[in-house]
Design a protein around this ligand. Structure first.
Ligand code: NAP
Length: 551
């Protein structure tokens, strides 16, 4: 057998017909979170573990999001596992922001390096999980009818993995091809000579537009909410830089672990109005030229003080107007309705420059709403835009969506979707009252999407593995978050969010506002990763305060 082909005989076998395969822990998903969870639980604790993964390969979000222009908005050398210094030393990142294929190669390297594949069943979608109270174990069923029983159920399903395809009437009549960026076909999409419509101008649409425009005959960008974006200022990394990072790794790693956002940059400790107008402008200029997500960290009050945020917004608006040549297009692109960065701010590579191309047009669907999709293309109040391909860059049913698309039933048969009818209720985003032995990696109520994700993921998996080791050492079979702890934590998450400008962004996915009918709850924890880590450590040190345990 060639080296590149996995030895299928070593893969976890499917349970035979009617058989229930018993495990210590079942992990759903084989992205960053699932891979690390296998490693910790299987290799460090010797547990019998299987990860079930719906995709045909490992990688999670980086498996599915193969759309043109897909790359990470975190610096490559920080967007990686940190638990193994040899792994850090071994991997060479080629660019400041890695493209999707490079991250997918990295995650495949991790799967091979730690021999994780033999614990992963691919092409296996979990459809249901039910807690068996008598036996204190989870009974898990897959789409193909396989059945598993596991003491612990660990959801490593990602925060942004349930695609949000808008319910625009007539899609079924479209005569061309349509795709969602989060389910991009492995074979790719050929835009050559095609008229393409891109719906959505979030991080994804803003990454995809310039690349599609360069390939397609024509691109129409349908914009609902104008979005801020700061240049990524991507560039290749050279050997000297990579060596410097490796030398400074211990201190960089410590900073990422204790930082508010898991990123390596240090948020500035100066107020917007503590400097002169000239100094402020120079600071914005410097942040713009440096590029990336750290723009929002150039003043400490940007996300809590509306006047401070307005200054940053005005600077960005002026920059965009300086790039986009057509004044009407520039005006539509900068008619912001929310403070900067209260929706996750994209970073871009020549997004605004794209609107200076002859083959690109912006359609402001606030002014001329989409009425329906017809065979020839997208119909707006101003007429039909003829299209061959529609790309939905319309985001995700974030954070709760990936969990609620699985039929999860806890104690007494209570469904998670009913328990969360008013919004997610968790203790620390890790445990859910009524759902014993269920651990949600980067669940709602944790810093997750507001951070550099791999750092947040490692913290969660470390905590979960520590908790399972403790339960086993104490001879305990069950752990469950208490309703009181979840309510207290939920109130704290809301209180911290309400002290910032974030909840003022009416259409933000952080609030669930992008999905019709979803409860409006600010889901991620804004208290900072460093502070959150300390809270989780204290909870563990105090015998898992806020959780009940049973033999
Ligand atoms: P998103 O931020 O939710 O943006 C979705 C876009 O689609 C928005 O412009 C939205 O408009 C629009 N939209 C949704 N429903 C629509 C409808 N019915 N009609 C017209 N427009 C509609 O989704 P995303 O861009 O996929 O990004 C999601 C998150 O993924 C990001 O915020 C980020 O956290 C992550 N991400 C990360 C990277 C990275 O690191 N490289 C790259 C991409 C994405 P409204 O604003 O009006 O709702």
């Amino acid at each position: 057998m060639p080296d590149t082909e996995p030895d299928l005989a070593t893969f976890p076998p499917a349970p035979a017909d009617g058989e229930v395969r018993s495990l210590d822990a079942l992990i759903i998903g084989a992205g960053f979170a699932g891979l690390y969870a296998i490693h910790l639980l299987r290799d460090r604790q010797g547990l019998d573990v299987v990860a079930l993964e719906a995709a045909s390969g490992v990688g999670g979000t980086w498996y599915w999001n193969r759309y043109p222009g897909a790359r990470c908005d975190s610096e490559s050398w920080s967007y990686c596992f940190q638990f193994d210094d040899d792994l850090v030393r071994a991997w060479q990142w080629s660019e400041r922001y890695p493209r999707q294929p490079e991250i997918l190669r990295y995650l495949n390297h991790v799967a091979d390096r730690f021999d994780l594949r033999r614990s992963i069943r691919l092409d296996t979608r979990v459809t249901a999980a039910r807690f068996d109270e008598a036996a204190s174990r989870w009974l898990v069923t897959t789409e193909a009818g396989e059945r598993y029983a596991a003491r612990f159920l660990i959801t490593a399903v990602g925060c942004l993995s349930a695609a949000n395809i808008p319910d625009i009437p007539g899609l079924e009549h479209f005569g061309g091809t349509w795709v969602h960026t989060g389910n991009w076909p492995e074979a790719g999409v050929d835009f050559t000579g095609k008229r393409v419509g891109l719906i959505g101008t979030g991080s994804t649409g803003i990454q995809a537009a310039p690349v599609i425009a360069a390939e397609a005959a024509h691109l129409t960008v349908f914009q609902r909410t104008p979005n801020y974006s700061v240049p990524a200022q991507n560039h290749p990394l050279d050997e000297t830089f990579r060596n410097r990072i490796k030398e400074a790794w211990p201190s960089l790693k410590a900073r990422m672990r204790s930082n508010t956002n898991g990123h390596p940059y240090v948020p500035a400790d100066r107020g917007t109005f503590e400097v002169s107008d000239e100094q402020r402008r120079a600071i914005y200029e410097q942040a713009w030229n440096a590029g990336g997500l750290s723009f929002r960290a150039s003043f400490r009050d940007m996300m809590v003080d509306r006047a401070a945020n307005d200054e940053a917004s005005a600077f960005i608006r002026e920059k965009i107007r300086g790039i986009v040549k057509d004044p009407a297009t520039a005006a539509a692109l900068t008619a912001f309705d929310h403070p900067f960065a209260t929706k996750r701010p994209p970073i871009d590579t020549e997004y605004f420059e794209t609107f200076n191309r002859d083959n690109v047009r912006l359609v402001d669907i606030r002014a001329t709403p989409i009425t329906r999709i017809v065979a020839e293309g997208v119909e707006t109040r101003a007429g039909v835009v003829p299209l061959d391909i529609i790309v939905f860059a319309t985001g995700f049913d974030a954070m709760t969506g990936p969990l609620l698309r699985i039929d999860i039933a806890g104690r007494g048969g209570t469904r998670l979707k009913d328990a969360w009818a008013e919004g997610p209720r968790t203790h620390l985003g890790l445990g859910v009252p009524g759902f014993p032995n269920l651990f949600t990696i980067t669940g709602p109520g944790s810093p997750s999407v507001l951070t550099n994700m791999p750092v947040a993921i490692e913290q969660h998996v470390d905590w979960i593995a520590g908790c399972i080791a403790w339960l086993r050492a104490e001879g305990l079979a069950r752990i469950e978050a208490t309703p009181d702890a979840a309510d207290t934590w939920g109130a704290h998450v809301a209180e911290v969010a309400n002290a910032t400008l974030y909840p003022t962004a009416a259409s933000s996915w952080y609030l669930g506002a992008n999905v019709p009918g979803k409860p409006r709850v600010f889901m991620p924890y804004l208290g900072g990763l460093g502070r959150y880590r300390a809270v989780c450590d204290t909870v563990a040190a105090e015998g898992y305060r806020g959780f009940t345990v049973a033999p």
